[in-house]
Design a protein around this ligand. Structure first.
Ligand code: ADP
Ligand code: NG1
Ligand code: MG
Length: 476
């Protein structure tokens, strides 16, 4: 470990994914998975990968703008049992029967991902990971075929990154099967690119934390180059996750990519107004850096340069002195119609203010001079302000999520916010350690009073969490 000037531990640059022996708790789950594997394929698995989900404590919808985020890996995970097969097929079975058996030839991976006759089916996430790995593995090492049995317990479509756990697990196992060794950072970068094959233009936070995550501390994830710095959370703080019972699959709508596009266009419009070459600007951090300003100064720039009414494509093209076709190409807007409008000011304001909140959150967490109660109060305020911004400026919340945040606050949380991309999913609340069990019980009662939807169990809807270890390979 090295230490930066703030005394924080920096991750060693080329740390590898550990190969571990399972503990007793994991062993029980692996046995169920082994049984499933054997009954499907009639052979024993040769190794396992485990990739956790994550909860983002603060820094939402800013990774793809180049700004640092502060997530931690959680206990829930995706487990995969793996063996090499003699033929050149990929066979996938899932312990959960709602995810149907899938098989295809290794050569057909790209075709199957692109298959437009079905939506973002579960196996496509796995294939994205295989494709991403195959792109970096030397040809002579490429595996013949793969037998895999998957078992995940991260609530899907809920902002806890079940998708990236699955994609990253597929990358890791394909690389391992090829007897190839890649660092955690490289695997995270490959997995982030690989998941984009599903159609979402994600920023890389999820794949970074699922590989770099460490037990006991949250992590400040910075991009370009990818870096992870441990963030020690206050001893008396506990982060509690609660599910809103509204689910949203990110790859099945254009909501997520529209936000990415709005941020890109906002950055390009600001660059143009300030006489910078806008074609070279892709992210809000690019324009900040080219102007040499702080994120706080960028907030004033946004309010001066961008208007509140949604922009049309024509207006943006005219301002940038280009055509709609050229703009579509440069700014990756191919999936949006001419009628699509873009809220540039609101999205950019959220991003710059949220980026500033992340910096404050990490600084306060590790501040020694501040009393513990005061620390938690300040962290709570930052989280609540983040939620207000996601709801009002970014418009990616959901009525169920907003009402859950209100309930959490009424039950004694010091702050609460939507976590993950949103449009449903989970919230994360900060609670003092001595009040956690009372908080969980009361919140469950409140949720129960409002009703439990089909497919959900009250017992699973609220759970405290702590920073967990990132991805690992297991041998039994
Ligand atoms: P999240 O916020 O959980 O990452 P996404 O909308 O990004 O949600 O993607 C979730 C998708 O990942 C699911 O719809 C499903 O296709 C796939 N997935 C998640 N968990 C599993 C699992 N245990 N087994 C198979 N597929 C899974
Ligand atoms: P979820 O909700 O886990 O799919 C998504 C993106 C992140 C980040 C968050 C919002 C992917 C794989 N993940 O997470 O990169 O932008 O939304 O902060 O695209
Ligand atoms: Mg996801």
């Amino acid at each position: 470990m090295s230490h930066d000037t703030n005394g924080r531990c920096n991750m060693e640059p080329e740390e590898q994914v550990p190969i571990l022996q399972p503990d007793e708790k994991l062993f029980k789950r692996l046995n169920i998975l082994i049984e499933h594997f054997r009954s499907t394929y009639n052979v024993k698995p040769s190794f396992f990968v485990r990739v956790p989900g994550r909860v983002n404590l603060i820094g939402e919808h800013i990774d793809y703008c180049g700004y640092a985020v502060c997530p931690m890996a959680i206990e829930q995970d995706v487990l995969v049992a793996v063996a090499v097969s003699k033929d050149s097929d990929i066979r996938l079975t899932n312990v959960d029967p709602k995810y149907k058996y899938f098989q295809c030839n290794v050569k057909d991976v790209s075709v199957c991902i692109r298959d437009a006759s079905s939506g973002p089916d579960w196996y496509k996430y796995f294939l994205c990971g295989v494709k991403g790995a195959l792109e970096v593995i030397p040809e002579e090492c490429v595996p013949s075929g793969i037998l895999a049995a998957i078992w995940g317990n991260i609530p899907p479509n809920s902002g806890l990154s079940s998708s990236s756990a699955l994609v990253s697990a597929a990358v890791l196992l394909t690389v391992h099967i090829s007897q190839h060794q890649l660092s955690k950072r490289r695997l995270a970068t490959i997995s982030a690119s690989a998941e984009r094959y599903i159609g979402t233009q994600g920023g890389g936070m999820d794949q970074a934390i699922v590989f770099l995550g460490k037990a006991g501390s949250a992590m400040l994830i910075e991009f370009n180059p990818l870096r992870g710095t441990d963030v020690t959370l206050p001893e008396t703080a506990v982060f509690v996750i609660a599910h809103s019972q509204a689910c949203h699959n990110k790859a099945s709508t254009t909501d997520y990519n529209l936000r990415v596009a709005e941020c890109r266009l906002a950055a390009q419009m600001i660059a143009r107004k300030r006489n910078k070459p806008w074609q070279r600007v892709q992210r809000l951090i690019d324009v900040q850096e080219s102007l040499g300003m702080t994120v706080d100064e960028m907030v004033s720039v946004v309010t001066t340069d961008l208007h509140e009414e949604p922009y049309t494509l024509n207006e943006i093209s005219k301002n940038l002195d280009t055509t709609n076709e050229k703009l579509r190409e440069i700014s990756l807007l191919q999936s949006f119609s001419d009628a699509q409008t873009f809220k540039l000011r609101q999205r950019a304001l959220h991003v710059y203010q949220e980026a500033a909140r992340v910096v404050k959150f990490c600084r306060i967490s590790e501040e020694n001079a501040v009393m513990e109660d005061e620390k938690l109060r300040q962290l709570g305020n930052l989280m609540s302000n983040s939620h207000i911004s996601l709801r009002k400026l970014y418009e990616c919340s959901h009525p169920n999520v907003d009402s859950l945040v209100d309930k959490a606050m009424a039950c004694g949380a010091l702050g609460a916010r939507l976590t993950g991309a949103g449009w449903g999913g989970c919230i994360v609340a900060i609670v003092t350690k001595d009040k956690v069990s009372q908080f969980v019980d009361t919140l469950k009662k409140e949720i129960g009073r409002s009703g439990i939807k089909d497919g959900f169990k009250l017992g699973d809807l609220v759970f405290p969490t702590e920073p967990n270890q990132g991805a690992a390979i297991y041998m039994t």
